[in-house]
Write a protein that binds this ligand. Structure first.
Ligand code: MIC
Ligand code: SF4
Length: 754
C-alpha cells in the first residue's frame, strides 16, 4: 500500500514544525491529543484554533473509513457532491449485513445472495470514486483499519462510532455521521468542537484474569455513558506501556460507550511490534524518526493534573475482572461482587450463550487467551454449560488462528464459528427461540448491551466482559461463577480449578492469509456505472431536503416525548432493519419505535393530535406530514447515545419532524441532526421537560433571528388553551445555521459544485 506510506510520510514531514509552533502559541507542554489535533488543523495555524478556545475548529483528517450499514447513505450523499474521486484515502467495509446463524460458510453465502444488490452498489461506487473496498467476509471495519491503515499520530474519521478503536495505534480516530464523511471525501475541512482532555494514568501491570477490557469496563463504571462527552481520553503510565497494541485498541474502542470523542495512547514498543507483525515496517521507520512527537511532552505525564481537565488513576495490579451490565455498558461489577449482585437484582443466573468477537475483542491475542481456557475445559473433561459462538475480527485473524489450531480448540467444545463480521453484536443473529422473549442471560465480549441489541429479545440480560471471562463463564454456565475462587465440576464429578488465561500477543509464526478480501478501485473510475433500481426496496436515490422557508415554525405537534434512555438503537433500530439502510423511505418505518413514550410508558404508541387516536410513531409522523403539520420530538438526557447512524437524524427529517428538543445530546447525533437541516435544541431549563404535555402545540417565536449563542424562544400551547414560554439553547455556529437555512449541509456542497 504505497499510497499509504507516502501519505503517512507527508503527515510526519510537517509534524514537528506544527507541534513546535503550537507549543509556542499555547505556552506550555502539550499532551499527545493536542499534538495530533494541532498537527491536523485545516489552516495549519494554531493561533486561530487556540483563540477559539473550546469552540468549533476545522481539521484535515488523513483518512476515512465507512462500513456497509452507514456507507450506503454516505455514498448516496457523496454522489450528490459532484466529485470525480475522493479527496483523501477512503475504504468501505462490508461487515454489518451478515446474519449469524449456521456458521461462516453458509451464512456468508446467504448474505452475498440476499444483500447482493447492496454489496454491488457499494462495490461499484467504490470503484468509481477511488475507494478501497473490503468484501463481505473480509472482517470488521475497525479490526481491518487497525491491521492496515491506522498509524501513530494520524487523524481519521469513520462512519461508525467505534472508529475510535484505532486509538490503539496512537491515532485520533473519530466516529462521525455520513454527511461529515462526505465533507472530507469531497476535500473539505471537517469541524469538531475542540475537545476537553481526560487523562487516565495506568499504574501497575495486568496479570492473571485481568485484561485490557477491564480497564475500560472500570472507566465506564466511573465515567458513565455520558462522562466522556466532548472529551478525548488519553491513557499513559507504566501500565499502558506493558499492554499490547490490540489491548489498547479494546480500551479505545469502548471509549464510544462513555461518549468520548476518542481515546488514544502514545507511540510505544507494543505499537512497533504490531506494525511489524502486520507488515508495516516502513511505518515504524517513519514513526521512529518523529517518535517524540507521537507521545505527550514528558512534563505532561510527570504532572498530569496540570494538563488534563480531569484525571483518573487506575492501578492495574489491583484491578479485578469486571462484568458490566445488563442493558447498559456502564454498570460495572467486579467479579468478586457478582454473586451478591446476581442475587440482589434477581438476574437470571444461568448463562445461555457466550459470544466472543466484535470490533472490541477479536484480535489474535483475544482469541488465543480465550482458547487457553477452552483447552483446559476440554483437557479436564468439562462439558460447557452454555452455547458458544465466535466471530473472528478479520480473515487474516481467522486464517491465522485456524493455522495455529485455535479454531480447532473452540470447535472441540461445539463452538459455532460465525463469519468475520459484526454478527450478534449488531443484532445480526438468528438466535433460536429469541421470539419467545424469555428472561435469560448471555455474556459477550462486545461493547454494547442495550436492550434487544443482540437478539431482539427485551428480556435478554446481556453482560459485557473480556473474552477469557466469557469463555470461563460460558463453560461454567453461571453468571455468579468466579474463576479466581470457584472450582468447576468435570464430567467425572471431580473439582477442577481453571488456570489463569494465557495467550500470545501476536502469532509466533506471523500472520498469514490467502485472500484478505480487498478490492482496489479502478485506476480511472469515470466509466463505471452506478445503478440504483427505482423499484428497489433496499436502495433509493436521495432527493434533497427542502430549504427553510425563512419563517417561524408554528403549529408544530408533539410527536413523542421520549422517556429515559433513548439511544440510536431506540431511534433507528438495527437488526432486521439494517436491510433498509440505503432506502430512506423504507427505513423511516422504524423511526423511534423503540423509544418509550413518557405518556403511557409504552413503546411505539403515540397520540395523533389531529384524530385523537393512538398509533405507531412512524405512522403518526407520516399522518402529520401528509396534513402539512410540522412535528417535534422531545427527549431526555444523552439523547442519541450510541451509534453514528445518521438515519436517526434523516428519518425524522424525512417524516416532517422539525426540531428535537432534549435535556442533552450525544455528540455524533447532535451533529447529524444539524447536518440534515434539523433543529437540535436543549432545554435551557431542564425542568421544562416536565412542562411538555401530550397534546402540546409548539410555536417558535424568534427563529427568524436564529444566531450563534442566542437561545430560541418557544411557546407551548396546552390542550386547555393555556400557554407557557420556554427557552431552548443550541450550539449552532454561523456555518451550521447555513446548513439549516439550506435544508442540509449537503445542499450547500452540491450548490457550490453545480
Ligand atoms: C453499532 O455498533 O451500533 C454500529 C452498528 O456499528 C453503529 C453504526 C451503525 O449504526 O451502522 C455505530 O456504532 O456507529
Ligand atoms: Fe460491528 Fe459491533 Fe463493532 Fe459496531 S460495535 S462495528 S456492530 S462489531
Amino acid at each position: 500500500m504505497a499510497f499509504d506510506i507516502q501519505m503517512i510520510e507527508k503527515v510526519y514531514a510537517t509534524l514537528a514544525e506544527r507541534v513546535d509552533k503550537a507549543r509556542e502559541v499555547v505556552g506550555r507542554p502539550l499532551t499527545l491529543s493536542e499534538k495530533i489535533l494541532y498537527a491536523h488543523l485545516w489552516d495549519g495555524n494554531p493561533t486561530t484554533a487556540y483563540t477559539r478556545g473550546k469552540d468549533y475548529v476545522d481539521f484535515a483528517p488523513d483518512r476515512v473509513a465507512c462500513q456497509d450499514a452507514t456507507a450506503q447513505m454516505a455514498l448516496l450523499q457523496f454522489m450528490h457532491a459532484n466529485k470525480k474521486t475522493v479527496a483523501v484515502p477512503t475504504t468501505v467495509h462490508c461487515d454489518h449485513l451478515i446474519l449469524a446463524k449456521n456458521g461462516a460458510k453458509q451464512d456468508l453465502e446467504l448474505a452475498n445472495d440476499q444483500s447482493k444488490e447492496v454489496f454491488d452498489f457499494l462495490s461499484s461506487v467504490s470503484d468509481k470514486y477511488g475507494i478501497g473496498f473490503w468484501k463481505p467476509g473480509s472482517g470488521i471495519i475497525h479490526q481491518i483499519v487497525l491491521e492496515n491503515y491506522a498509524f501513530p499520530g494520524g487523524m481519521m474519521i469513520g462512519t461508525d462510532s467505534h472508529t475510535v478503536n484505532a486509538g490503539g495505534l496512537g491515532m485520533l480516530a473519530i466516529g462521525v455521521g455520513g454527511a461529515d464523511a462526505v465533507d472530507v471525501m469531497s476535500g473539505m475541512s471537517w469541524e469538531l468542537k475542540f475537545p476537553k482532555l481526560i487523562g487516565v494514568k495506568l499504574t501497575g501491570k495486568l496479570s492473571g484474569w485481568t485484561a485490557p477490557k477491564d480497564v475500560i469496563l472500570k472507566v465506564a463504571d466511573i465515567l458513565t455513558v455520558k462522562g466522556g462527552t466532548g472529551a478525548i481520553v488519553e491513557y499513559f503510565g507504566e501500565g499502558a506501556l506493558s499492554m499490547s497494541c490490540t489491548g489498547k485498541g479494546t480500551i479505545c474502542n469502548m471509549g464510544a460507550e462513555i461518549g468520548a470523542t476518542t481515546s488514544t495512547f502514545g507511540y510505544d514498543d507494543s505499537m512497533r511490534r504490531y506494525l511489524n507483525a502486520t507488515g508495516r515496517k516502513d511505518v515504524v521507520i517513519a514513526a521512529d524518526k518523529v517518535a517524540d512527537y507521537l507521545t505527550a511532552d514528558a512534563e505532561v505525564y510527570a504532572n498530569p493534573e496540570q494538563y488534563f481537565d480531569q484525571l483518573i488513576e487506575i492501578n492495574l495490579s489491583e484491578l479485578e475482572p469486571h462484568i458490566n451490565g445488563p442493558f447498559t455498558p456502564d454498570r460495572g461489577t467486579p467479579v468478586s461482587q457478582m454473586k451478591a449482585e446476581v442475587k440482589a437484582n434477581d438476574w437470571p443466573v444461568k448463562i445461555e450463550w457466550g459470544l466472543i468477537g466484535s470490533c472490541t475483542n477479536s484480535s489474535y491475542e483475544d482469541m488465543s487467551r480465550a482458547a487457553s481456557i477452552v483447552r483446559q475445559a476440554v483437557e479436564h473433561g468439562i462439558s460447557p454449560k452454555a452455547e458458544f459462538g465466535i466471530n473472528p475480527g478479520s480473515e487474516q485473524i481467522r486464517f491465522t488462528i485456524e493455522r495455529d489450531g485455535i479454531i480447532a480448540d473452540f470447535e472441540k467444545m461445539g463452538t459455532k464459528v460465525f463469519t468475520n463480521a459484526c454478527g450478534p453484536c449488531i443484532g445480526q443473529w438468528d438466535r433460536e427461540g429469541a421470539d419467545k422473549q424469555e428472561k435469560n442471560t448471555i455474556v459477550h465480549s462486545f461493547n454494547r448491551n442495550f436492550s434487544k441489541r443482540a437478539d431482539g429479545n427485551p428480556n435478554t440480560h446481556a453482560f459485557v466482559t473480556s473474552p477469557e471471562m466469557v469463555a470461563a463463564l460460558a463453560i461454567a454456565g453461571r453468571l455468579d461463577f468466579n474463576p479466581l475462587t470457584d472450582a468447576l465440576i468435570n464430567d467425572n464429578g471431580e473439582e477442577v480449578m481453571l488456570k489463569t488465561p494465557y495467550g500470545d500477543e501476536l502469532p509466533e509464526r506471523g500472520f498469514d492469509v490467502e485472500d484478505a478480501g480487498f478490492q482496489a478501485p479502478a485506476e480511472d473510475g469515470s466509466g463505471v456505472n452506478v445503478v440504483v433500481s427505482p423499484t428497489s426496496e433496499r436502495l433509493q436515490l436521495l432527493a434533497p431536503f427542502e430549504p427553510w422557508d425563512g419563517k417561524n415554525i408554528t403549529g408544530a405537534k408533539l410527536l413523542i416525548k421520549a422517556f429515559g434512555k433513548c439511544t440510536t438503537d431506540h431511534i433507528s433500530m438495527a437488526g432486521p432493519w439494517l436491510r433498509f439502510r440505503g432506502h430512506l423511505d423504507n427505513i423511516s418505518n422504524n423511526m423511534l419505535i423503540g423509544a418509550v413514550n413518557a405518556f403511557g410508558q409504552a413503546t411505539n404508541k403515540v397520540k395523533n393530535q389531529l384524530t385523537g387516536s393512538f398509533g405507531a410513531v412512524p405512522t403518526t409522523a407520516r399522518a402529520y406530514k401528509a396534513a402539512g403539520v410540522p412535528s417535534i420530538v422531545v427527549g431526555d438526557h444523552n439523547y442519541g447515545e450510541g451509534s453514528s447512524r445518521e438515519h436517526a437524524a434523516m428519518e425524522p427529517r424525512f417524516l416532517g419532524v422539525k426540531a428535537v428538543l432534549v435535556k442533552s445530546f450525544a455528540r455524533i447525533h447532535e451533529t447529524n441532526l444539524k447536518k440534515q437541516g434539523m433543529l437540535g435544541l436543549t432545554f435551557a431549563n431542564e425542568a421544562d421537560y416536565d412542562k411538555i404535555q401530550e397534546d402540546d402545540t409548539f410555536n417558535f417565536i424568534d427563529l427568524t433571528e436564529f444566531a450563534p449563542g442566542k437561545p430560541l424562544t418557544i411557546e407551548l400551547v396546552h390542550a386547555d388553551g393555556s400557554k407557557e414560554t420556554i427557552l431552548a439553547n443550541h450550539t449552532y455556529n454561523e456555518s451550521q445555521i447555513g446548513w439549516f437555512v439550506a435544508g442540509s449541509a449537503l445542499n450547500l456542497i452540491a450548490a457550490a459544485e453545480a
